[in-house]
Design a protein around this ligand. Structure first.
Ligand code: GH3
Ligand code: MG
Ligand code: MG
Length: 455
């Protein structure tokens, strides 16, 4: 049950008595919502589907001053002295202010009070979710992973220690000729490479790396005592992104690495992820399943692939418009990511079709997780102003099976989905072929009341 804070009549003396509602989501950060009763009532149905649960009867505003760095604040722009409150809180905490004001003076005032984002009132579900995701992503940023390529074990060990002291994860490769197998087998944000190495040199290694399409985007930074401008230029020309003199101080090296890694991650996300939902795109998702299939053949660790398709989605666009359709897809994506485990992979397979790769899970557990998700999704109330509406999902599941490759697996999941649609939608069907079905067939083809029957 939510406890509502009502700070509408805060006086200076009463500030300590102010309370906020904290929403927590097990897999991500907590969101503190501060506002009038009506404001909290607006926010709750948006955060609910994302698995955020209001976890306390309310906290004092003073307690907000000691919240962890993984907290995001959502503030009602209509509460008195909202700017004073913002200024009294930690500058680094992300603050989202909800207000219908949009003029420049207001924005400038917000900027002075360390407000990071302003969203309109009434709240746009998708916009709020995007901001939460944005700040959540910043807070959970992984440390940079670096491959240091240098034939000199001593020099590379020294550099590695220095970079590790700056929170980076560093691997060392002292045999430059093993570069391709190394970067094929592990993921690195950046390669830092010595330019002069016996038997080969950094430029040659960079050229080899760039011969592989899959390694075109990994940044290569040369670290060298080479002062010759022509050689530096050559290094850049043949696939190196930057050049740092060994004489440069460590701080300069660390900040160049950070900048390069940030930029590379942004670019990678543009290439690999779908713009609307932030999920892996079709191509990358299929690649991940391919890797998992290879791993399954090596280790016998089973996995499942599920295809999830919104029922009668075309009617959403036709009735409430394309932007509302987009919001639904965005919310579905966020909800799904929050529902499965962090190690599972969610992709946008097509327009309104999503795919999930569920790792190391027993068939029974997969069915339960996904079928509960189906039921959960059916309860989400979407905003089709002035009306509201709900939707259902059809799900097809196939399990890894050593006899089949990834294409057969996708075809199995797809035909299970097709069957779910044919059986009347709003249900989960398991592909009959995979080992999944031996255990579960006959138990899990579910048919519940189809909310979309109203259409
Ligand atoms: P079914 O229950 O059989 O799945 O019916 P459906 O209407 O969901 O399926 P259909 O394949 O006929 O329509 C899918 C619709 O999804 C058509 C397309 O316009 C819409 N769509 C695809 N991508 C997007 C998108 O990014 N945004 C929006 N708003 N609509 C999209
Ligand atoms: Mg559909
Ligand atoms: Mg479809």
């Amino acid at each position: 049950m939510l406890s509502i804070l009502n700070p509408a009549d805060f006086s200076e003396e009463k500030k300590c008595a102010q309370t906020a509602v904290i929403f927590r989501n097990e897999s991500t950060q907590s969101v503190h919502v501060i506002g009038r009763e009506a404001f909290i009532e607006d926010i709750s149905p948006i955060l609910g589907p994302l698995n955020y649960v209001a976890d306390t009867a309310g906290v004092s505003i003073d307690a907000l001053k000691n919240v962890g760095s993984d907290t995001i604040l959502v503030m009602d722009g209509a509460i008195p002295d909202v700017f004073g409150l913002c200024e009294s809180l930690d500058e680094d905490l992300p603050k989202i202010l909800v207000s219908s004001e949009t003029n420049f003076a207001f924005r400038a005032r917000c900027a002075r009070s360390n407000v990071n984002a302003i969203i309109g009132d009434p709240i746009d579900q998708a916009e709020l979710i995007h901001w939460l995701e944005h700040f959540g992503g910043q807070q959970s940023e992984q440390p940079a992973s670096i491959l240091l390529v240098d034939d000199d074990p001593l020099a590379s060990a020294v550099y590695a220690e220095l970079l590790r002291a700056h929170g980076m994860v560093v691997s060392i490769l002292n045999e430059p000729l093993k570069i391709i197998e190394t970067i094929d087998n592990a993921f690195f944000d950046i390669i830092i490479m010595d330019l002069q190495m016996p038997g080969t040199n950094g430029i040659e290694i960079a050229k080899i790396i760039r011969q592989f399409q899959r390694h075109l985007s990994i940044p290569i930074l040369f670290l060298s005592s080479e002062e010759d401008k022509q050689i530096q230029m050559k290094a850049r020309q043949f696939g190196g992104d930057d050049f740092i003199s060994k004489q440069a101080d460590l701080d300069a090296l660390v900040s160049i690495i950070h900048l390069r890694v940030q930029r590379a991650r942004m670019l990678r996300s543009l290439i690999e992820r779908d713009g609307l939902t932030g999920l892996l795109n079709h191509k990358r998702f299929k690649e991940r399943v391919g890797h998992e299939m290879a791993r399954f053949k090596r280790t016998g660790q089973p996995f499942c692939v599920a295809m999830i398709d919104v029922d009668h989605f075309k009617k959403v666009n036709d009735t409430w418009g394309h932007p509302v359709g987009d919001q639904v897809l965005s919310i579905l994506a966020r909800t799904l990511v929050g529902w499965v485990r962090k190690t599972d992979v969610v992709g946008r397979y097509g327009g309104e079709e999503f795919a999930v790769l569920l790792l190391d899970t027993s068939p029974a557990a997969v069915i339960e997780v996904l079928d509960n998700f189906r039921k959960h999704f059916a309860k989400i109330v979407f905003d089709g102003r002035p009306e509201t509406f709900s939707l259902t999902l059809s799900i097809g599941v196939a399990g890894s099976d050593s006899q089949y490759g990834p294409d057969a697996l996708f075809a199995d999941a797809d035909s299970a989905l097709y069957q779910a649609k044919n059986n009347g939608r709003n249900q989960l069907v398991i592909a009959p072929r995979a080992e999944l079905s031996e255990e579960m067939e006959g138990h899990t083809v579910t048919r519940v009341r189809t909310i979309n029957e109203a259409f």
